[in-house]
Design a protein around this ligand. Structure first.
Ligand code: NDP
Length: 282
């Protein structure tokens, strides 16, 4: 029978573990501090930032949200980041993406102190992850691996197909899986024979933002399917990339949308913030 991987429940378990870690740090006189910087009025970003603030509070992380108008200049934003780079009470700095067009996002990411780069987007941290010497792991891929591990899905020796090659999900996930001994194929919008490649996967991960892209014939019998996509269907309902109703019964286990990968991403951000606070002790 298919097992539905309950990301919400697993995220709650991790939240309790992280609370204990924060308490233990408190005994050493450290309260992990996270600043989230939001520029502009993007409605999805506002929801993500509110959720991050709420979860940080639940765990006992000291979180600050800096809300800036869309007209904020590059210089103003850089000044704010430099201020938090120097602030000893702040261990994690997150700039919510996307940034308005007038801001050079690459320069902003490069300016964040790599030791405080809890999103793991800074080139130094990406490079360290690549060579298997990670300081932080990027949140969504880390959440996916955590879901698999806690659902007793081993990745070593498995054929993993990832659909999507973004710097946020597909590419870092591929690197992390390679480091764990999986055989990884990464597909994109130009891939030929997507159907056949997907159907060969022991573990299929879709991160495209295309509702219904992954249909039943693309999924191997008794495989594991991880749906990262967040889309709205014609009725405005939240759906993933996978045609869940038709694919579900064919799988050994599958993540739903909502309630799969989504809740894990925020929890991994909190884990990175606590790690950054711990690292600041040494
Ligand atoms: P991007 O738009 O940056 O990347 C999408 C990728 O999918 C690209 O590599 C693109 O290929 C590929 N793609 C698009 N259409 C097809 C297709 N028809 N066949 C094969 N590949 C295709 O998106 P993100 O990686 O940022 O996000 C992907 C999805 O995951 C989104 O729905 C996003 O909302 C969601 N997401 C969810 C998170 C969570 O916490 N649950 C966190 C982050 C993202 P190409 O490069 O050739 O254009």
């Amino acid at each position: 029978m298919t097992k539905i991987i309950d990301g919400k429940k697993i995220a709650e378990e991790i939240r309790e573990e992280l609370k204990s870690e924060v308490l233990a740090l408190g005994e050493k006189g450290i309260v992990p501090g996270l600043v989230v910087i939001l520029v502009g009025e993007d409605s999805a970003s506002q929801v993500y930032v509110r959720n991050k603030e709420r979860v940080a509070k639940e765990i006992g992380i000291n979180s600050e949200v800096v809300r800036l108008p869309a007209e904020t200049s590059q210089e103003e934003l850089e000044k704010i980041i430099s201020k938090y780079n120097a602030d000893e009470k702040i261990h994690g700095i997150l700039v919510q993406l996307p940034l308005p067009n007038n801001i050079d996002a690459k320069r902003i990411i490069n300016l964040i102190d790599p030791k405080k780069d809890v999103d793991c987007f800074h080139p130094e941290n990406v490079g360290r992850m690549m060579i298997g010497d990670a300081r932080f792991l990027p949140c969504t891929p880390a959440g996916i691996l955590e879901l698999l591990e806690r659902s007793e899905v081993a990745v070593e020796g498995k054929n993993v197909v990832i659909v999507g090659r973004s710097n946020i999900v597909g590419k870092p996930l591929a690197v992390m899986l390679i480091n764990l001994g999986a055989t990884v194929t990464v597909c994109n919008s130009k891939t030929k024979n997507l159907k056949e490649i997907c159907a060969s996967a022991d573990i299929l991960v879709s991160a495209t933002g295309r509702a219904g892209l992954i249909c039943e014939e693309m999924v191997k019998q008794d495989s594991v399917v991880v749906d990262v996509g967040i889309n709205r269907d014609a009725e405005g309902k939240l759906v993933g990339d996978v045609d869940y109703i038709h694919v579900c019964d064919k799988t050994h286990c599958i993540t739903p949308v909502p309630g799969g990968v989504g809740p894990m991403t925020i929890m991994m951000l909190m884990r990175n913030t606590i790690l950054a606070a711990k690292n600041s002790l040494s």
